[in-house]
Design a protein around this ligand. Sequence first.
Ligand code: AHR
Length: 306
Amino acid sequence: CSSGSSANTADNGGDDTITIGFAQVGAESGWRTANTDSIKSTLTADNGFDLKFSDAQQKQENQIQAIRSYIAQGVDVIAFSPVVESGWDAVLQEAKQAGIPVILTDRAVDTDDDSLYESFIGSDFVEEGRRAGEWVSQNLGTEPINVVELQGTTGSAPAIDRKEGFADAIADNSNVTVIDSQTGNFTRAEGKTVMEGFLQAHSDIDVVFAHNDDMALGAIEAIEAAGKVPGKDIKLISIDGVKDGMTALADGKISYIVECNPLLGPDLAEIAKKVVAGEPVDKRIVTKDEAFDQEAAKAALPDRKY
Ligand code: AHR
């Protein structure tokens, strides 16, 4: 737990409304849209917030600029989901010196100084990758399995951690080999382009491990355009569990999805209120994720909100 020290206890001038600046990654995926909706629909005036929201279009420099502008405006709290893991110490120091507490949502920063943020709310990405790798290792028989990996944004926490978790899970199974691995930047369009390249370079792909549903959906388009059947000729495993991904799973095109929960707005609201009130908060809040096979996806889809 971190304690809300006086330097980090924002003075919101007697007004109970909490002004919060949120620097979002972008709008790269269905997951991100659901995450943005959750934040915007929770940090409302009715709920005691004045939300200032910015979209960094997946560029770290835009995010740093947005954070600097929130510091200049003297907001009560800054929250953000870092595009990449490294390179944040300078701007986070500026926030600290201005006495503005910072909350990380979804993605971590790589820093030696954990006094630079109050709390980090989000999934365990290593565990997500591990669950995907375990499924591949345990469910596809004993013949050699060639995997191609569609990585998320280079240098981002989910790309680094999911790759690591997956590699860990298959390490003891000599039948499973990752034969190629490239970034598709978490988007459907780049997932498709990179998969086209994989299909040209390799005639022996058994499995696609995509770091998110959108890249898996792009890969499905490339596989079908190459005259192959996703789910039969080439199996796909992905992470997120957005509606389009779950639909492809229910249809048998994707074989397994590990969930990454995007609905972080309520936790962020609660932690922001505590931080502003000077109450202690947990330094790390891990969100709960499920995993779905075809039957589970069919059962979950009717109630899936995003
Ligand atoms: O940081 C979470 C990841 O970012 C999601 O898995 C992906 O869809 C998003 O772009």
